[in-house]
Design a protein around this ligand. Structure first.
Ligand SMILES: [Zn+2]
Ligand SMILES: [Zn+2]
Length: 235
């Protein structure tokens, strides 16, 4: 079947994510848009992933636990995991590699932790929107060791992307996929200009607001849109 997806969505846990990005708001908006599967990818944390997965289960939407990890080169990497336990393991590892800095909600925004009924059950104090001390290879290794898959986020962006910060995608980087942002209007042209033909392209929204969640535009064929089968697709 065709699986319509959006694999880059922030919740209210990301300081830059709108506080309306609650588990139920996200899954219901994705459902209204006609998507089959989404991924929750907060900055350097997975602490809302379980709640969104549970909210998704209630309405029959597949939710992949994920994370947007920032490398020491300030490159954003999307990580997707086959199970919440794998995601929690990776989240704990990433936490060990963040600088000991507290979030400033007045400047960066709140970092809300929620349950499956959208109740705020905590606030993350660690500043999430910052770089880890892991380089891009170490981040890919960590994600793999947790059983997940990683690929460079929004490669076309002028900041926080592998192309903006390194100038190229290291050929030895263990990835078959790259994410292209919606800022690219002529994808074929972009791919050929940048010599990116060898990569499979993922188009996700990087939604920080409900209305940014993707329409039913990007899909791929998969046996069934379960978390495990989707992760297999990436492998
Ligand atoms: Zn990003
Ligand atoms: Zn993002």
């Amino acid at each position: 079947m065709r699986c319509w997806y959006d694999f880059h969505i922030h919740t209210a846990l990301s300081p830059c994510g709108d506080n309306d990005m609650t588990p139920n708001n996200i899954v219901n908006m994705a459902k209204i848009k006609g998507l089959d599967a989404i991924a929750v990818t907060d900055h350097n944390s997975v602490k809302n992933a379980k709640a969104v997965m549970e909210a998704g289960t209630l309405i029959g939407l597949t939710v992949i636990p994920g994370m947007e990890i920032e490398t020491s080169e300030e490159i954003h990497v999307v990580a997707l995991f086959p199970h919440i336990d794998c995601a929690v393991y990776a989240g704990d590892e990433v936490a060990k590699h963040l600088p000991p800095a507290k979030n400033r909600p007045d400047i960066f925004g709140e970092q809300l932790i929620m349950d499956k009924e959208d109740n705020v059950v905590g606030c993350e104090e660690q500043m999430l929107i910052t770089a880890t001390d892991l380089d891009i290879f170490e981040v890919f290794k960590l994600v793999k060791s947790a059983g997940g898959v990683a690929y460079p986020a929004h490669v076309d962006r002028h900041s926080y992307s592998v192309l903006s910060n390194l100038g190229f995608i290291p050929p030895e980087l263990d990835t078959k996929f790259i994410e292209i942002s919606k800022n690219v209007t002529d994808v074929n042209q972009y791919v050929s200009n940048k010599n990116l033909e060898k990569y499979n392209l993922i188009f996700s929204s990087d939604a920080h607001y409900l209305w940014d969640i993707s329409e039913k535009i990007h899909g791929f064929d998969v046996e069934q849109p379960s978390v495990e089968k989707i992760i297999d697709f990436f492998k």
